[in-house]
Write a protein that binds this ligand. Structure first.
Ligand code: ARG
Length: 580
């Protein structure tokens, strides 16, 4: 039985022996203390029992406390105010619980969750707007796995649509082969932009120029139609674009330590789209409007969703409906989570609603859109629409460069390889933590100074805290040969030591809350608070110089802290090197 429920059953034993039948059907609840000056945990239920037991709350609390089984008592109980029961847990109880807290509860056992994240678009560079989806999605991926869920991480790559006709036409007309070899996505993007601009004529263009633009647009449309009808040449080109783009994306994922279980992408569902629209029509959900097929959701306050365009093409919504049906069939998930930026909120509300109306989501299967605010750089919002594209690659390079400068400035003796590896661990950890330490739904302004700060709530700060504990433990092992910090008895008499131990106990709860709310920042907050508890502890006591039994106990607290920091950072996708 885990910590709090153990305390609860102890209190409940007191309740039933004090009040017998009169208290039947009631059970007492315990929560962490709001003010640790009075205890570690508290129970506030005496107040609510006054009516049922026909006694003043304080008398009820006193009777419960007087009747608590004294044998192997996990805590000492005192009463405060109108009838609060405060519990100060024993060192033995804390020590035993600490051993347990290292393992996370298997809260997700038997449950399956699909997480759709990152999902960049083929032939376009992955820009910094995608970083939040990749970083938040990957943290959720890791957190759900750690809690025992079966996770299917699906990278829903955008690889379909009219865009391809535009690129195919441009590719045939003005490809720069050398540039393609050097930087495939950059060249595909250039071709796209150039070809797209040729479909447009300025207002003051000559008739001839206007005719040329219209002809170019027609030619692009033809290429899209040919692609969709399976023309072998266009198919081959399209496949080549996907291959080249995935190759580039994979380099970024390798740097970020991100792995997917599958990357079916939009094109996987193409054969199902006509069927989706048909079933919407059969169910009486879709109607014709101005040549297009739409689902009118105005009555539900969700506007109108187009499922087939006037030119007969299907779109993002149609594909996402097919995605849900396919995932239900293939994985029977209990939950489907999508991570994208805030601009897609209406899209997700619409197709979630349509899927429910269509009856393709089983009862009890949750659909969640985890949206995040766009990240701001001091220079402005990072968004393709505004044109100031900052590429993810560039951002990661810059992070490593800056981390490297800090390492060089520290003057530590280290091999070139070690320096490069450390720069990647710190630089990328800093970027990830700067993102994950904020509620996804707030607007983040990213600054290098904050992200790479060695003090304060930053990734490097937590990495340093972890590495410092590791080096302290090395010294301890050298000084106290024969002692094993894994098994040393814990002596937890001082309030600062107790505070650290109690905070360590809250780790599983923080991971659970991060999963339930789909907010990795809950875990980041926990880890930062842990580093604060540790730092008070470290500043207050000598560790290596204490007398042996106390020293061994403190070394064990250090070990547990380092382990929890490392485990928590790992769930955020951040590495924790042992030496910095
Ligand atoms: N490719 C889309 C974009 O870059 C994100 C896709 C998200 N997933 C989904 N199933 N709609 O905006």
């Amino acid at each position: 039985m885990s910590g709090i429920s153990q305390l609860e059953s102890w209190l409940n034993a007191g309740l039933s022996s004090a009040f017998g039948e009169a208290a039947a059907g009631t059970s007492l609840h315990v929560q962490p203390a709001t003010d640790t000056a009075f205890g570690d945990f508290q129970c506030n239920d005496a107040m609510a029992l006054a009516k049922k037991l026909r006694r003043p709350p304080r008398a009820i609390a006193e009777a419960i406390v007087a009747a608590l089984p004294a044998d192997a008592a996990p805590a000492s109980a005192t009463i405060a105010g109108p009838g609060f029961i405060n519990l100060k847990v024993s060192s033995d109880w804390l020590a035993a619980e600490l051993d347990r807290a290292a393992t996370l509860p298997a809260a997700g056992e038997g449950r399956t969750v699909v997480i759709d994240y990152s999902s960049p678009n083929v032939a376009k560079p992955m820009h910094i707007g995608h970083i939040r989806s990749t970083v938040i999605g990957n943290a959720l991926h890791r957190i759900f796995l750690a809690l025992g869920y079966k996770v299917i991480a699906d990278n829903h790559i955008g690889a379909w649509g009219t865009l391809f006709g535009i690129i195919i036409k441009g590719y045939r007309e003005f490809l720069d082969r050398e540039a393609l070899e050097r930087d495939p996505i950059e060249e595909l993007q250039r071709i796209y932009v150039e070809s797209y601009s040729r479909t447009k004529a300025a207002d003051d263009a000559t008739e001839e120029q206007k005719a040329a633009a219209a002809a170019w647009l027609d030619a692009c449309r033809m290429e899209t139609v040919k692609l969709q009808q399976g023309d072998p040449d266009n198919r081959a080109l399209w496949q080549e674009f996907i291959r080249l783009s995935l190759g580039e994306f994979d380099k970024t994922y390798a740097r970020l330590g991100v792995k997917f279980d599958t990357a079916r992408g939009e094109s996987y569902y193409q054969d199902q789209l006509a069927g989706v629209v048909e079933s919407l029509e059969k169910a009486g959900l879709a109607t014709e409007s101005d040549g297009a097929t739409i689902v009118d959701l105005k009555e539900d306050g969700l506007d109108v969703a187009i499922v087939r365009k006037r030119d007969g093409g299907f779109n993002y919504t149609t594909t996402d409906i097919a995605t849900v049906a396919t995932r239900v069939r293939d994985y029977a998930p209990d939950e489907m989570i999508y991570v994208t930026d805030e601009r897609q909120q209406l899209h997700f509300k619409q197709f979630f609603h349509i899927c429910r109306k269509l009856g393709i989501v089983p009862e009890g299967c949750e659909l969640k859109h985890v949206w995040f605010g766009l990240m701001r750089l001091p220079e402005g919002v990072i968004s393709t629409r505004q044109g100031n594209l900052i590429k993810l690659e560039t951002l990661l390079d810059e992070a490593e460069r800056r981390a490297r400068a800090i390492i060089d400035a520290s003057g530590k003796e280290m091999s070139e390889d070690d320096k490069a590896r450390l720069a990647a661990q710190i630089g990328i950890g800093a970027i990830k933590y700067a993102d994950l330490s904020h509620d996804p739904q707030t607007m983040v302004t990213f600054t290098w100074d904050k992200a790479l700060a060695l003090e304060g709530n930053s990734g490097p700060y937590l990495q340093y805290a972890h590495a410092r504990i590791c080096s302290l433990l090395d010294k301890y092992r050298a000084a106290a040969s024969g002692s094993n910090p894994e098994t040393s008895a814990l002596i937890l008499d001082d309030p600062v030591e107790r505070a650290l131990a109690l905070h360590l106990l809250k780790y599983p709860g923080a991971v659970l809350r991060a999963a339930e709310s789909c907010r990795p920042n809950v875990l980041a907050d926990y880890l930062y608070a842990l580093s604060q508890c540790y730092s008070s502890f470290y500043q207050r006591f000598p560790i290596l110089k204490a007398e042996p039994a106390v020293r061994d106990s403190r070394a064990r607290l250090c070990l547990l802290t380092a382990r929890t920091l490392r485990a928590g950072l790992d769930l955020l996708g951040i590495e924790a090197p042992e030496r910095i």
